[in-house]
Design a protein around this ligand. Sequence first.
Ligand code: NAD
Ligand code: SER
Length: 318
Amino acid sequence: MKRILITGALGQIGSELTDELRSMYGNDSVVVSDIRESKDKAKQNGPFEIINTTDAKRINEVVCKYDVGQIYHLASILSANAEKNPQFAWNVNMNSLYNILEIAREKKCSIFTPSSIAAFGPNSPSENTPQDTIQRPTSIYGVTKVAGELLCDYYFQKFGVDVRGVRYPGLVSWKTLPGGGTTDYAVDIYYKAIEKNKYTCFLNEKTSLDMMYMPDAIKASILVMQADPAKLIHRNAFNVTAMSFTPPVLADSIRKYIPEFTMDYDVDPERQGIADSWPDSLDDSAAREQWNWKPDFTLDMMTQDMLANLKKKLQKGE
Ligand code: NAD
Ligand code: SER
């Protein structure tokens, strides 16, 4: 079997995708890469390579060395960090994707690359946002996501590259911290609920956003790559969601397990502006119809699991 390469694999998604793919295909079959070394080398249980994905030659070396047939391309700069340095974000997000697509074209690799709810903008319908609709995002991150979706479609239509993806909503997880996005509050809140019984939220109480627990995000990423290509009307950037909530609704869910938990607000205008430009709730019926997408976790199931796992992790001092 040809190997799978993951770029940006030490991040919030990659760290959990690595475990799942290695358990499915074996440790040696999944090559993990990132621009930085893992802090915990002891945890590495398979091949690891340093790859800066803006360096096409380096990607090519690793693809040849391990006979890679599939790439999960996760290296990216997320929304809040991207807004601090838009030129840098464009370079990393766009040139990396271009390099990956070119290598896939030459070496006949299949590609998974994620888009985001950030690919929509203030004039997209905000409720039940359709799969195909107006996409005029106002953040640089969103601009790179729409440009990336179009580039992926082009590589499929022009060169037959098997490139697929989903528009992830905000992702909630306990194993690895998020990497500088607008939806990070929905992770941070659980840490502060356990550590201090109190959280100060940087988005206002009316901000409704789509969210998903990490096990469902990993499931979606693998399912879309396993889907029968004959059934795919879309290929890239399927809307997927599991729940949509505002900060007070999330706080209410936490209060079911930590009754003394309280929350106040100190709104960050930059991240609030980004969040306000994104949908309130997505329509993911195309993914449900074309590759049987269905999430497993509801909000309260996620809260229960997050709190149980985070408590153990924090007790161990990890
Ligand atoms: P993350 O920030 O947690 O991880 C990204 C990883 O990429 C980091 O480990 C970082 O070191 C690495 N990286 C950065 N620049 C690099 C470069 N030039 N070369 C190689 N590696 C580099 O991000 P994530 O949350 O795991 O996101 C992965 C993908 O999913 C991204 O495309 C992101 O836009 C998308 N996404 C994430 C979310 C979410 O809520 N986490 C939601 C929607 C879409
Ligand atoms: N969670 C991501 C972010 O906030 C959405 O793409 O940037």
